[in-house]
Design a protein around this ligand. Structure first.
Ligand SMILES: Cc1cc2nc3c(=O)[nH]c(=O)nc-3n(C[C@H](O)[C@H](O)[C@H](O)COP(=O)(O)OP(=O)(O)OC[C@H]3O[C@@H](n4cnc5c(N)ncnc54)[C@H](O)[C@@H]3O)c2cc1C
Length: 343
């Protein structure tokens, strides 16, 4: 394999119901930086049916070009049909880097493509960079239970591929005046060629707390002591119109559902305000919340690592402090009238 045959940075543009997933826009922001450093174009590749109008949005968010395959067989994501599309594009245009969102579909597609192209894939990346001299992608992610950050290189194969967790990278401000090329490709894949059939799409309505999109999150840890005390977390969240999250220990204790877990094996969140109450600040938790705008930590241990990433820290017993906060917020609401609005 001649590595110099491969040039350009690509981003998988994941779309559902003709709407681009947020992580794909975030990856265009991250990909832009990599492409500029390597002095190559940034391309989005978009597969679907009747999705051409989305190509302009991909360009507005930073791409120089969009590779588009539009076919009825690509209407819903299926590994086989999407893989055929990506394989066609990758073999024809030979990008040196491909980024995918670490969503269920992104992970599925990336691993299938990596297998067929016999190349490497770094999963669940949280940091990306490139070495300009070697042109190697430096994909970093927590390893060994989150105790270290490992930077993974793919030295001998191309393309270099990584999946990146949603909400870790930042999307650029869209610029509708940006110009770019749309390159439409044809592949011959018929419905009969695909073994998986989509019979029905059923939306998951069980997730009450959508942490990934919450503006304010009150997150409780094992320091709350027991399930009864944990109700203070709900009361504070209810008072200020926030969502409730927790650490893995709290989920394992059965105080919260798994989808409310924040961290390496839970959700990555970026709210405006993040309360971390009775949370020690283990690296596996911190990787999921450290990009919040304001982090307010309450912990009785002044040396708790959570204070290292906090904007404001309150040292003390949560059982005393949280009721006071609730009372104060309730008073404020009564005085001002109405609900809290976060701007
Ligand atoms: C592979 C792997 C993946 C993991 N993934 C995740 C993940 O996704 N998310 C996650 O959260 N964890 C994860 N963990 C677990 C993580 O390592 C920690 O064990 C966990 O985050 C600790 O939870 P905690 O802060 O609630 O509990 P603890 O570490 O027990 O901390 C409790 C804190 O509460 C404070 N406290 C005690 N009483 C009070 C009080 N009355 N008032 C105020 N403060 C008080 C204590 O000082 C302490 O700092 C993972 C671990 C591994 C190995």
């Amino acid at each position: 394999m001649n590595l110099d045959d491969y040039r350009g940075v690509w981003v998988f543009i994941e779309q559902n119901d003709e709407k681009i997933e947020g992580v794909s826009l975030e990856l265009l922001g991250a990909g832009r930086k990599l492409a500029d450093k390597l002095q190559v174009p940034l391309a989005g590749f978009l597969l679907g049916h009747e999705v051409k109008p989305l190509a302009k949005e991909v360009i507005a968010y930073g791409a120089d070009m969009v590779y588009l395959i539009d076919l009825p067989v690509l209407k819903h994501y299926r590994t086989e049909s999407f893989m055929k599309g990506v394989m066609h594009l990758a073999k024809q245009y030979k990008p040196e880097i491909i980024l995918y969102g670490a969503t269920p579909n992104g992970k599925d597609l990336a691993s299938a493509v990596a297998t067929d192209l016999s190349t490497g894939l770094t999963a669940d990346t949280t940091m990306l960079d490139v070495d300009i001299d070697s042109r190697l992608l430096e994909a970093s992610r927590p390893a060994f239970g989150g105790n270290i950050m490992a930077t993974i290189l793919c030295k001998k194969h191309r393309p270099q591929m990584a999946t990146v967790r949603p909400k870790v990278m930042k999307a650029l401000e869209p610029d509708a005046s940006r110009l770019g090329k749309i390159i439409e490709e044809k592949i011959s894949v018929e419905e009969e060629d695909i073994r998986t059939k989509v019979l029905q799409i059923v939306n998951d309505v069980t997730k009450k707390a959508n942490l990934a999109d919450a503006h304010v999150i009150v997150c409780g840890g094992k320091g709350m002591g027991d399930l009864q005390n944990f109700q203070l977390i709900y009361e504070l969240a209810d008072t200020i119109g926030a969502s409730v999250g927790g650490t893995r220990d709290v989920v394992e204790a059965g105080w919260l559902r798994h989808e409310q877990q924040v961290g390496q094996t839970g959700e990555t969140v970026t709210p405006k305000i993040y309360f971390a109450i009775g949370i020690s600040g283990a690296i596996q938790h911190v990787v999921g919340m450290k990009n919040s705008e304001f982090i307010i930590a309450i912990n009785k241990d002044p040396n708790a690592p959570i204070f290292d990433v906090s904007t404001y820290g309150i040292v003390g017993d949560a059982m005393e402090i949280v009721p006071k906060l609730i009372a104060q917020f309730k008073k404020l609401k009564a005085e001002k009238g109405g609900e809290m609005i976060y701007v």
